[in-house]
Design a binder for this molecule. Structure first.
Ligand code: CUA
Length: 155
């Protein structure tokens, strides 16, 4: 088969880029130990309700303006359902699932992660705008997935 010189050059370039990308991901995962937000800390999914601090999910103050917020996701709700957070707070979220894969997303913010049974997802956000934020599951998790929501009130 005859290939034009430019065509061959671009094919080699494309394959070389793929090799570089794969090598970068592999190095980050194996050598540097990079993992997704949803795979940082493990937990026994059958014992979530007995494992502190997930036995009492909710907001914990750790310093002035700094909070930890623990959530348990299950079909088809989040626990807690309603949380009030002071304006300007820096909140670190910890989320886990007792049953299936869920999503954890607050539109209009950078909060968006998968919630995988057996793992604790963790991410942080500073609430600089007052109002009611909707928290939704954005991974299809079953027949009533669309009803799986909660809210965070910032005031
Ligand atoms: Cu939980 Cu969709």
């Amino acid at each position: 088969m005859h290939l034009n010189r430019y065509e061959r050059t671009w094919m080699i370039f494309g394959v070389a880029l793929l090799v570089v990308f794969l090598a970068t991901i592999t190095t980050a995962a194996i050598v540097d130990g990079f993992v997704p937000q949803s795979h940082i800390q493990s937990i026994d999914p059958t014992k979530v309700s007995q494992t502190p601090p997930f036995d009492k999910p909710g907001l914990r103050k750790i310093a002035d303006g700094s909070y930890e917020l623990y959530y348990v996701a299950h079909i088809f709700s989040f626990d807690p359902k309603h949380v009030v957070v002071p304006l300007g707070s820096h909140v670190t979220f910890y989320v886990t699932s007792e049953d299936v894969e869920h999503g954890f997303s607050i539109p209009e913010t950078s909060i968006n992660t998968m919630v995988t049974p057996g793992w604790v997802s963790s991410l942080s956000y500073t609430f600089r705008k007052p109002g009611k934020f909707l928290l939704v599951c954005n991974e299809y998790c079953g027949a009533e997935h669309q009803l799986m929501a909660a809210d965070i009130e910032v005031k």
